[in-house]
Design a protein around this ligand. Structure first.
Ligand code: CO
Length: 136
């Protein structure tokens, strides 16, 4: 398993519109993509920077994972996402290495991707997301 790109870093925010205004004003970055991902309980915006993205996440409700994260830690880095071209193979490798998987099977993410999360415990306290982009 070898990730081929840093797909995105995800930042949890209370107010997506306010955060997008700030990124536009301070850094001149505007979102390429914005969508509600009900399955993850978030509205997300993707801001392209070179070949990677900053993903801003606003929870849809307080009792979602990102809502609970915000209540516990406040705004800030939520996860780092690595692009892989074979997500099942990557999960099999991690399982064999004893990594604690949050998702045993890939699920659907934004932009038609397939994603899976790895518990922060074995990854330097940082939640890791594997992303397999859609075939285009
Ligand atoms: Co993500």
């Amino acid at each position: 398993m070898k990730p081929y790109n840093l797909d995105h870093v995800a930042i949890a925010v209370h107010d997506l519109d306010a955060a997008l205004d700030e990124y536009a004003r301070l850094y001149g970055i505007v979102p390429l993509h914005r969508e509600v991902v009900e399955e993850q309980g978030v509205e997300e915006a993707m801001l392209a920077v070179g070949g990677s993205f900053i993903q801003l996440l606003q929870p849809l409700a307080a009792d979602t994972p990102v809502g609970q994260f915000l209540a516990r830690k406040g705004e800030g880095l939520h996860h780092v996402a690595l692009a892989v071209d074979d997500i099942e193979g990557a999960l099999g490798h991690l399982r064999a290495e004893g990594a604690r998987l949050i998702d045993e099977e890939p699920r659907i993410g934004g932009r038609g991707t397939r994603i899976a999360f790895v518990h922060p415990k074995q990854t330097t306290g940082t939640l890791i997301e594997l992303v397999e982009p859609p075939e285009d």
